[in-house]
Design a binder for this molecule. Structure first.
Ligand SMILES: [Zn+2]
Length: 255
């Protein structure tokens, strides 16, 4: 396993935990940097300080969200390093830098353009926001896609990784258990949403209250966007029907 160091960006928050993880991977003569993070002066200085004069071979970005991408070009330019992300990088593409090869895995769900990066010989995966070190990943309407997210988790599990380096919080050494925990969490949430619809037709706002109870306004908005993402999958699966703003169960009425 190459030496992997982390520099945490100064953007802590409810969705970013202690901040975004920027990973620096030692590739021999050069370094590979994954997710430079937000466009922040002090983070840029911290990254260059940690590199201690070493050249950056390539900058990889897991997805285009504002806590992962914005610093990329500004950070890469003085190193004459290229920034690589979806869709220029496609599923299965291999990125070579120094003595390392990393394989890009297209893992949509959290965002449509989400990539993970695999170090094949080491069973190590940089998971971005597909899997976090703590809590659960946001899969929210309209960008999030629950069905794609579940497929991406299965894809990751099929690789049987040994260690995950997430976009937020600490590395995960119990990789397979964590992937299973995430899969179960998502399926439990889906079951809750389906149960709420089966209690009777409702708008997304009404169904959100049925699932989550009363929440403060900001949390309620996030909860509703999560619920809407689940509703879309349930509609696609033929378990729920959309009638204007109202969602109703399919198949179990009167059963
Ligand atoms: Zn993030």
């Amino acid at each position: 396993m190459p030496a992997i160091t982390r520099v945490v960006a100064p953007n802590p928050g409810p969705y970013t935990g202690p901040g975004t993880n920027t990973w620096i991977v030692d590739a021999g003569p050069v370094s590979v940097v994954i997710d430079p993070g937000p466009d922040d002066e002090s983070h840029l200085a911290a990254l260059n300080q940690r590199l201690a004069g070493k050249t950056v071979g390539v900058v990889l970005v897991t997805h285009s969200h504002p806590d992962h991408l914005p610093l990329a070009e500004r950070f890469a330019a003085p190193h004459h390093a290229s920034v690589r992300r979806h869709p220029e990088l496609r599923d299965g593409d291999v990125v070579r830098a120094g003595n390392l090869s990393l394989t890009a895995l297209h893992t949509p769900g959290h965002s449509a353009d989400h990539l993970c990066f695999l170090l094949p010989g080491d069973g190590a995966v940089f998971t971005g926001d597909l899997i976090l070190g703590q809590g659960s990943s946001m899969v929210t309407y309209p960008e999030g896609d629950v069905a794609a997210y579940l497929r991406s988790l299965e894809r990751l599990a099929a690789l049987r990784p040994r260690i995950l380096f997430p976009g937020h919080w600490d590395p995960v050494r119990e990789a397979m258990a964590k992937i299973e925990e995430y899969r179960r969490h998502r399926l439990e949430r889906e079951a809750q949403v389906l149960a709420a619809v089966r209690k009777g037709p409702g708008t997304p706002a009404e169904l959100t209250r049925r699932v989550y109870g009363e929440l403060e306004e900001k949390l309620m908005v996030a909860a509703e966007m999560t619920l809407r993402a689940h509703l879309r999958k349930l509609v696609d699966d033929g378990l729920v029907r959309e009638r204007g703003e109202v969602y109703e169960p399919v198949g179990t009425v009167g059963a």
